[in-house]
Structure formats: C-alpha cells, structure tokens
Ligand binder design. Structure first.
Ligand SMILES: [Zn+2]
Length: 64
C-alpha cells in the first residue's frame, strides 16, 4: 500500500540540486506553502495541485 505521502523529485530553483519534496497525497486540490531547501536553506514557494492522478508539485522562488 502507498503511504499517505508522496515524494516528488524536484530541482531547487536556487541551487539547482535535486531534492525530494514530501507531499501529502490527500488534501486540498491546490495549495501553496513555503518550505526551506534542505541543501541551500533558501525558501521555496511549493505549489501542490492534486487530481485523480495524484499530487503534482512545482517549486518557485519566494522572492519574485
Ligand atoms: Zn537549494
């Protein structure tokens, strides 16, 4: 069984490192929050959208 969390591999928009972002499989159809990169500690804007295929994640910079 899948746990109720998914990990999406993303590229940090600041340092370019590949990072895993833990995402809850269940939740709002769209949400955004700020999380710090574990590599460079700069704040991502994490945008999550969910549909029948599961969550998808995009990382943006929080300083736009
Ligand atoms: Zn980073």
């Amino acid at each position: 069984m899948q746990p109720f969390a998914d990990a999406a591999t993303q590229t940090c928009p600041y340092c370019g490192e590949e990072v895993e972002v833990d995402v809850d499989s269940l939740g709002a159809s769209a949400e955004a929050y700020v999380e710090d990169c574990p590599v460079c500690c700069r704040p991502w804007e994490v945008k999550v959208t969910r549909d029948e295929d599961g969550p998808s994640v995009t990382l943006g910079r929080d300083d736009d």
